[in-house]
Ligand binder design. Structure first.
Ligand code: NDP
Length: 686
């Protein structure tokens, strides 16, 4: 039998012994064996730290992002092959789409996030802080890649997305990964990793794979490593309390059981558009991936007067679902991942049935299209009703990881919130309502117990990404029973793999270290005007101290006429009593425009292509007619821009700190403006 290979310290190798046999979830046929016996897990971790980590760490965010994009594009070319393998996990085409294309989409999303980072190997995190009266001592925060390895122990339900959603983030941060998928579906992960490695897109050591048990891998974790886990709360607790993880203070990100709920708002009437949205969402969440989604709806809370109407409508909707061989295009729900998973779901349903009644589906039989109910791991969708949700607590505690959901009544909005909390922390909840007060009350009440809340109604349903879809830019994770972890979340996720450190020192030192000009640092004056320099020639700290301009009354009235901004503070010469001003004040935008008039040098064509916009702008002190302003204009930061087309002008964005002061030396305005500046290397006029 085909034995899966592990990718270990740069080579594909099989484990010792016969290994665990893996089966086609639809036909029950054996397809491969997995073994990681005999692997040197300590050497794997070491290799990642010593080979993969330095290679990734020395790449800039932009280089890492482009690597992700190249990898995503490469994997897209192999999708037909991945789909063929994915069917064997019991997944329909739509289920596989989530796993495969969702995972690749995640790589693309994180690739795009590179633009939110500097073209450096590290970055500044948040604002700087002046810590002294004379502005000679300050601090900022930096994020630097950790020097360890990210170890991902994943669940069986998303063999590809589960890997890619995590590695995209650690690679962008500059860390390598060891991936250990759940054994039962690891044949699909292996197929994808083979394509990844063969592409040569990743630096050596950036990815290793274990198909089979994790062995003693966790015994070898060190303090610079990060471990993530997705799976059962039972295993999660065991791993989280592993002595090496505790001893080395290794961050452990866990995503475990989650009894996600959906709430029908009290405003929604049977037959209304929102009602249809509600019923459809439940059916989708129960049947997609045969309910084997960490985010699937397990609990359904409805106003007690609508209990019967809801279960009848959900049952009618579930009846439409064709179950069977996912290779048949008519099939909407496939099989569970394997016989063990089926057995486990039935055992959990047994616990749920102690206080609930089954109102749809059968424990013993299921009508199938093109599939054998004995050989395949199929199960009927099972809809339960628990009429006493505050007394019978099983649905708030037992996760049946399949197409199983329990409907429960509530009497008031507060009760619905209370019921959602009984899940003791979930990944996601939805509330279906068109009433903003109901939505707000629910979001604020249930918020502390959830990682994500979807407010769903007819307005957004058509374009909604749905209750069950974690998105790359949004936080995925939940408090309490859901594991207390947080994955993805855009930039937030990248920070999990970087060390945040506060750096204190003089503005000159912090400027030199961060490569971002800090107020108070020594500027670099030059005979060449900053606007006459090409992108490559501009240096952070390049500074221009401009000439002076005295503001006149006619400047202010002319600007009012030109801009049509006749706000009283600029135009009222007789009655400003009771306002913040003594006499007509210059428009803030005029001061900024006048500042531009002082710092711009552009009478002849030059490298500056355009004004790209403004990041921050503050007016600190009124400027009246008679005041004289001048500008300190300093290069704050440079941002590389990529050429999308060969015909694009090579260029970058330069951020400038504009500090406007009056004749007393007081600052009257501060702004960060952005210009687009041409690169010299390829200026055709050169
Ligand atoms: P497990 O917790 O058994 O396994 C999850 C992962 O942990 C797998 O990769 C597994 O590997 C690995 N693992 C298990 N034991 C160890 C160990 N001692 N050391 C290192 N790694 C270990 O969960 P399952 O995937 O079997 O799912 C069981 C239940 O968990 C589901 O039925 C469901 O209730 C819940 N679950 C919850 C999810 C969520 O995110 N909410 C997602 C998936 C499952 P191996 O496969 O080799 O045993």
């Amino acid at each position: 039998m085909n034995k899966l290979e592990n990718y270990v310290t740069g080579s594909w190798i099989t484990g010792d012994g016969e290994g665990q046999t893996l089966f086609n979830a639809v036909t029950g046929d054996p397809i491969a064996a997995a073994s990681s016996k005999g692997l040197d897990f300590s050497a794997m971790a070491d290799y990642a730290r010593k080979v993969g980590n330095p290679a990734l760490r020395k790449m800039t965010f932009h280089e890492r992002g482009r690597m992700l994009r190249a990898l995503a594009t490469h994997l897209q070319q192999h999708l037909p092959e991945f789909y063929r393998i994915s069917y064997q996990t019991g997944a329909t085409k739509a289920d596989s789409w989530i796993d495969l294309e969702g995972g690749i989409g995640n790589l693309f999303s994180y690739a795009s996030l590179r633009r939110r980072f500097p073209n450096e190997t590290y970055c500044v995190d948040g604002e700087s802080h002046n810590l002294s009266k004379q502005h000679s001592f300050m601090a900022t925060h930096l994020l630097v890649p950790k020097e360890g390895v990210a170890i991902h122990i994943n669940a069986f339900n998303f063999p590809v997305w589960g890997m890619l959603e995590k590695v995209a983030v650690n690679w962008l941060a500059g860390m390598p990964a060891i991936v250990k998928p759940a054994t039962v579906t690891s044949y699909l992960t292996e197929a994808v990793v083979k394509k990844i490695i063969a592409s040569g897109i990743l630096p050596e050591g950036a990815l290793q794979l274990i198909c089979g048990s994790a062995g003693d891998l966790l015994d070898h974790v060190q303090s610079q490593d990060v471990v993530t886990f997705t799976g059962s709360a039972y295993t999660g607790l065991k791993l989280k309390s592993h002595p090496a993880i505790l001893r080395e203070s290794v961050p452990f990100n866990m995503e475990a059981d989650s009894l996600n709920c959906i709430v029908l708002g009290e405003d929604v009437e049977p037959g209304s558009a929102d009602w249809e949205v509600f019923i459809k969402e439940i059916r989708k969440e129960m049947t997609a991936k045969a309910g084997q989604k960490c985010t699937a709806i397990r609990r359904i809370f409805v106003p007690d007067s609508k209990l019967e109407a809801v279960w009848k409508a959900v049952a009618t909707s579930l009846e439409q679902t064709i179950i069977g061989n996912p290779l048949n295009e008519k099939v909407r729900m496939g099989a569970l991942a394997g016989a063990t998973q089926k057995q486990e779901v039935l055992e959990q349903v047994d616990k749920l049935l102690a206080g609930s009644q089954l109102v749809y589906g059968s424990l013993n039989s299921v009508q199938l299209l093109d599939a054998d109910p004995v050989k395949g791991s199929f199960i009927s969708p099972l809809l339960l009703v628990n009429e006493r949700p505050f007394e019978n607590l099983a649905p708030h505690e037992v996760e049946a990881f399949g197409p199983v959901s329990t409907i429960m009544p509530y009497k008031s909005a507060e009760e619905a919130i209370e019921l959602s909390r009984l899940g003791k922390g979930s990944l996601v909840s939805s509330v279906v309502t068109s009433n903003p007060a109901i939505a707000r009350n629910y979001v604020l009440g249930a918020g502390p117990w959830h990682g994500r809340i979807l407010v769903l109604n007819q307005q957004c349903a058509k374009e909604s990404t749905g209750h069950g879809s974690p998105l790359p830019l949004l936080v995925h994770g939940g408090p309490g029973r859901a594991g207390g972890g947080e994955e993805m979340g855009g930039l937030r996720g990248v920070k999990h793999y970087m060390q945040r450190l506060a750096v204190q020192g003089s503005p000159d030192m912090i400027t030199a270290i961060s490569n971002v000009y800090q107020p108070g640092a020594t500027g670099k004056e030059d005979v060449v005007h900053p606007f006459r320099k090409y992108f490559e020639e501009i240096v952070v700290g390049d500074q221009l101290l401009t000439g002076r301009r005295t503001i006149t009354e006619s400047d202010i009235s002319n600007f009012a006429n030109l801009s049509w901004d006749h706000f009283y503070a600029h135009t009222d010469h007789t009655s400003l009593e009771g306002t913040l001003f003594e006499k007509p004040v210059a428009h803030g935008y005029f001061i900024l425009s006048a500042a531009a008039g002082l710092f711009v040098d552009g009478s002849a064509k030059g490298p500056v292509l355009l004004n790209y916009g403004l990041d921050e702008l503050r007016f600190m002190k009124p400027v009246y007619a008679g005041n004289t302003i001048r500008v300190k204009f300093t290069c704050k930061e440079k941002i590389e821009q990529e050429q999308k087309l060969d015909t694009d002008l090579p260029r970058g964005i330069v951020k400038w700190l504009v500090e406007v002061s009056d004749e007393t030396g007081d600052q009257v305005a501060v702004a960060t403006i952005l210009t687009m500046v041409r690169k010299k290397s390829v200026d055709p006029s050169d």
